[in-house]
Ligand binder design. Structure first.
Ligand code: ATP
Length: 185
């Protein structure tokens, strides 16, 4: 499984639709390391925020906002603000690590200014819970080690054993069971 593409439209500084395509593994199966470079404030961290957000992040603070609509492009001197933020993330599911019989899996999230929000799985509207469960089964989600933010390495190293457990839970694959338990409770 590898990240193929992220499309960001109306999210934070991405007023225009931006399509980021990532390189596939090389002939020996090694995944490339990809860097995004740009001057200060050009929106590099907004890309990381977009990844967390589309994977279902519920904390506005984690994506560096104060209220949920802060993720929608707020407008500039030359451009009107956007009415919707949309992020779409596509992974190639060649090894079926995501337990869906689909070669590619696309997860999308939209947030409208009126507060309405939508989650989509392979372009069909779905529930956040189903996306969370699917990603947990693939050990891939907004928590754990698939997205490591600035300063988070320090946080992991200095974390208490209880806090550090979240990372191990994702690695050992018990997250789906925890989600089921929470739902049942
Ligand atoms: P640094 O290298 O300093 O960490 P960066 O390249 O990671 O910077 P970001 O923090 O991703 O930059 O981007 C910050 C920019 O995004 C700021 O210019 C900010 O005004 C803009 N921005 C954030 N939210 C919105 C929004 N809702 N609408 C428009 N612009 C936004």
């Amino acid at each position: 499984m590898y990240l193929k593409q992220i499309t960001i439209h109306g999210f934070k500084s991405f007023a225009d639709k931006a399509n980021l395509e990532f390189l596939p593994p090389d002939a020996s199966g090694r995944l490339p390391t990809i860097g995004i470079v740009g001057p200060n404030g050009s929106g590099k961290s907004n890309v990381a925020d977009a990844v967390r957000w589309v994977l279902g992040e519920q904390s506005v603070k984690v994506v560096r906002g104060k209220k949920s609509e802060d993720v929608i492009f707020a407008g500039s001197g030359k451009r009107a603000r956007s009415s919707v933020a949309e992020v779409e993330l596509t992974v190639v599911n060649d090894d079926r690590r995501i337990p869906i019989d689909s070669e590619e899996v696309t997860v999308s999230r939209r947030l409208y200014r009126d507060g309405e929000s939508e989650y989509l799985l392979n372009h069909k509207i779905t529930r956040l819970m189903d996306i969370q469960m699917m990603l947990a089964k693939a050990s891939f989600g907004k928590e754990g080690y698939s997205v490591i933010g600035q300063g988070q390495i320090d946080a992991i190293l200095t974390a208490s054993p209880e806090e550090r457990k979240t990372f191990f839970d994702e690695a050992t694959g018990v997250r789906p069971l925890q989600i089921k338990k929470d739902q049942a409770l």
